[in-house]
Design a protein around this ligand. Structure first.
Ligand SMILES: Nc1ncnc2c1ncn2[C@@H]1O[C@H](COP(=O)(O)OP(=O)(O)OP(=O)(O)O)[C@@H](O)[C@H]1O
Ligand SMILES: [Mg+2]
Length: 241
């Protein structure tokens, strides 16, 4: 198992956001966490990324294991550098006054000196040809969809083996959503493991192998994407009937 979250309980101050949830991700999989506003999706990703205070959700019970080892004492920078697990946060958080290329370069600061960065830049420009055309453009002038591509590209430039994505479809026009999700699927087919958080359950289940439904800090359902898409309660609550 690449990642296992075991009976995880998380609080923000006195507010308990996760009530002992368990889920796991195998190498090579796309696993999705779906659920409504406030379900605890972002909290789950932030807990795994070990984000530093003051934003940090506090783990008060359970464990998070990566390749069998607990990572509760791992620094956020080591999650990226050593575990090679990168987060694409909701809202992208790219540097608008820097160019596309500069944003990508920034993500390489923790890479080994002998890493073949040219090959990695080329891979990102192959995945996202629009970024190649705009590599010298200031990022704030990109469209929302292009900014999301850049956020994914930047995470890939860390040299990660697994990506966590928080609501990548948010705010994108339908055609761009489909384009982005096709690219995510392609990335997975090339070997990248994905943990995908989405409110758009239909899009997520279309590309994921398995999924979990989060409901107010608990796991309400889990299964293969086919099972979840065929589950009447999931259909009613998240797939429009
Ligand atoms: N920084 C914070 N301080 C206090 N409570 C928080 C904080 N962040 C999240 N919460 C609470 O934790 C719970 C889970 O929130 P979380 O952001 O993980 O949900 P989500 O599933 O990502 O929702 P959304 O779909 O709206 O992004 C909510 O009740 C939320 O109000
Ligand atoms: Mg969220």
């Amino acid at each position: 198992m690449l990642l296992s979250v075991e009976n995880l309980e998380v609080k923000y101050g006195n507010i308990q956001a996760l009530h002992g949830i368990s889920f796991n991700v195998k190498e090579g999989e796309i696993v999705t966490l779906i659920g409504a506003n406030g379900a605890g999706k972002t909290t789950s990703l932030y807990s795994i990324a070990r984000l530093a205070p003051p934003e940090a959700p506090k783990v008060v019970g359970g464990d998070i294991r990566f390749m069998g080892e607990s990572i509760l004492n791992t620094a956020p920078s080591d999650v990226v550098k050593n575990l090679k697990l990168a987060l694409v946060p909701e809202g992208r958080h790219i540097f608008g006054n820097l160019t596309v290329m500069e944003n990508l370069e920034l993500a390489t600061y923790s890479r080994d000196k002998d890493a073949d960065l040219d090959k990695d830049y080329q891979r990102i420009f192959d995945l996202f040809p629009r970024l190649a055309e705009r590599r010298k453009q200031r990022s704030e002038s990109l469209s929302g969809g292009e900014q999301q591509m850049l956020a994914v590209g930047r995470a890939l430039m860390t040299g990660c083996r697994a990506l966590m994505l928080d609501e990548p479809s948010m705010g994108l026009a339908p055609v761009l959503k489909y384009e982005l999700f096709r690219t995510l699927k392609k990335l997975n087919e090339e070997g990248m493991t994905l943990l995908l958080v989405e409110q758009n359950a239909k899009l997520a289940l279309d590309i994921a192998h398995r999924g979990y439904v989060l409901d107010t800090g608990t796991i309400a359902a889990s299964g293969t994407s086919e099972e979840l898409a065929g589950n009447p309660e999931v259909r009613k609550a998240y797939l429009g009937g």
